[in-house]
Design a protein around this ligand. Structure first.
Ligand SMILES: NC(=O)C1=CN([C@@H]2O[C@H](COP(=O)(O)OP(=O)(O)OC[C@H]3O[C@@H](n4cnc5c(N)ncnc54)[C@H](OP(=O)(O)O)[C@@H]3O)[C@@H](O)[C@H]2O)[C@H](O)CC1
Ligand SMILES: [K+]
Length: 501
């Protein structure tokens, strides 16, 4: 896991590293600047580029000055620097880097108001005005300068965070900030980079390591974590040589209506592909033909009232309810039936979530450790309207803890809130996966993992990661505009094999 700290905690980690590594703070700044320049040079290798750096007088500005010097040393000859003295006092490391810069033949202009900025015709702007020290929305000269830089419509690369952007708190409405093409951020993505309201301020980000003390970072106990491949690899269990289908559990998928059988099929198929030993779909009679012709590996129980009393619930090790289920009385009956008889953690998705939103008294029947997988609209139906995603993250965290449930809030970086109060952000997935049916596949994958005896936490974390990675492998190499959910389901075994290798 990569721990995600708040700006305040990053400052603590910074100070701890300076004292205990030990390293002089100006050398830590140099290390950060070097890491920035390494990444910048990879992305923009043409040495002839004209580069304009805009620096504040805090440590973000100090980084900018060091970056200008290092770029020059790397052979970028057309570098120029503007320092904005807009009020705040300068830091010692800024002062030291200004001295170092002055000994190089790099054009330097110092301004005390935004109107002094002339026409800007450089190929690239590097934004080092303000970083994580931001403590209020920018106004006055900062706002004017930011507006000017945005209006030039040249690519802006931000140092650590775009100037004016709130890294981890709720972003105040209409707060002005730099719209950067690329943000090269130090050590870890900032929480708000992973939420939709960061776009277009943060079109793309990349985190570069600056060697902050890892033990100290862990000991801060941040609830926010970013899922990495190694985490999922450590969770996945290889199949044993003398195992059989009974070793991998039996999943029941309660899904589908005559008009929405596709959802039931996709979910059940994904469950089979993700390795459930047996998968049974609990579907209406009208869907039977479609099911049998779509995928013979899936078994069925026909959903007539008689069946309600005939299911032997204990033989199932995993269960999902919701995809394509509709929201009529039958859906309500089924949710009541399932929660009354199935005592293990289950996946609750789609229409079952909408039923849950309407009949709040059903909450208390959900077995502890169950997994809710809402998209944004379902989430707001369940928990009320939210003004932004930062609020949703906190609501998910509180509810997951209070109700002892897992909430998987689907998004570009899917958010998983756990009963322990942790919030994980998924690092796989891409916009080509934004198409109907993709959520049904995710539900199938998670329920397959549950049925194979993975803990609910493992099923959520590995499930979202594997699902996203399958989508990435299909979409990204060919830059595909869209990937189809059934293809993602089919690709899950390939991804699982690679992760287990
Ligand atoms: N650990 C790391 O990741 C490292 C980070 N480095 C870099 O340091 C910055 C953070 O530097 P800091 O000096 O703390 O802050 P800034 O440079 O972002 O801001 C400077 C001062 O600006 C003032 N401020 C805050 N908000 C506003 C605003 N809206 N308008 C105007 N001015 C504002 C504030 O001072 P006040 O006295 O006014 O409160 C800030 O202190 C980090 O982003 C990295 O780039 C290190 O180089 C390496 C380690
Ligand atoms: K910046």
């Amino acid at each position: 896991m990569r721990t995600i700290l708040t700006s305040g905690q990053i400052r603590q980690a910074d100070e701890y590293t300076i004292t205990h590594e030990p390293i002089a703070s100006v050398d830590l700044m140099e290390r950060a600047a070097r890491a920035f320049v390494d990444e910048f040079a990879k992305r923009y290798p043409q040495k002839k580029l004209t580069i304009a750096l805009y620096c504040g007088t805090g440590n973000n500005g100090g980084d900018g000055l060091a970056i200008a010097r290092l770029l020059y040393e790397r052979g970028y000859q057309e570098v120029k620097v503007t320092v904005a003295h807009f009020g705040s006092r300068s830091t010692n490391d800024f002062d030291e880097n200004l001295r170092r810069l002055r000994s190089r033949p790099i054009p330097l202009k110092e301004i005390s108001s935004a109107v002094e900025v002339g026409t800007e015709d450089s190929d690239i702007i590097i934004d080092a005005l303000l970083g994580t020290g931001l403590n209020k929305p920018i106004s006055g000269d900062f706002e004017l300068l930011v507006k000017k830089l945005n209006d030039i419509r040249k690519p802006v690369v931000s140092v650590d965070i775009p100037t004016g952007f709130f890294a981890d708190e709720e972003i105040p409405e209409n707060a002005a900030c730099i719209k950067s093409e690329l943000t090269i951020t130090f050590q870890q993505p900032k929480i708000n980079f992973l939420l939709p309201e960061s776009f277009p301020a943060v079109k793309e980000w990349v985190a570069v390591d600056i060697g902050l003390d890892q033990q100290f970072i862990q000991q801060l106990g941040s609830p926010y974590q970013y899922i990495q491949a190694e985490d999922v690899k450590a969770m996945l269990k290889k199949r044993e040589r003398f195992s059989n289908k009974g070793s991998y559990g039996h999943a029941l998928i309660v899904a589908g209506q005559p008009e929405t059988m596709g959802a039931a099929l996709l979910c059940s198929a994904a469950c089979v592909h993700a390795g459930a030993g047996l998968t049974t779909a609990y579907i209406p009679q009208s869907g039977l033909f479609a099911l049998n012709s779509y995928m013979p590996e899936i078994m069925a129980i026909v959903r007539d009232p008689k069946s309600f009393t005939q299911i032997s619930w204990s033989k199932f090790s995993g269960l999902a309810i919701g995809p394509g289920l509709g929201q009529d009385d039958e859906a309500l009956t089924l949710l009541k039936l399932v929660t009354a008889h199935f005592q293990k953690p289950m996946v609750v998705d789609a229409d079952a979530l909408n039923v849950l939103a309407k009949y709040k008294e059903l909450w208390r029947f959900l077995p502890k450790g169950s997994i809710l997988t809402p998209h944004m609209k379902e989430f707001d139906r369940l928990f009320g309207e939210h003004k932004n995603w930062r609020q949703r993250v906190e609501t998910a965290r509180q509810w997951a803890q209070e109700r002892e449930l897992f909430i998987v809030l689907k998004n570009t970086y899917t958010i998983i809130a756990t009963p322990e109060g942790k919030v994980y952000f998924n690092s796989t997935g891409n916009p080509a996966m934004a198409t109907g049916g993709m959520g049904d596949v995710l539900t199938g994958v998670i329920s397959a993992l549950l049925s194979q005896n993975y803990t609910p936490a493992e099923a959520c974390l590995a499930g979202v990661y594997v699902h996203g990675l399958a989508g990435d492998e299909l979409a990204l190499p060919d830059q595909r505009h869209v990937v189809l959910p059934h293809k993602v389901a089919e690709h899950v075994p390939v991804v699982l094999t690679k992760l287990m290798a």
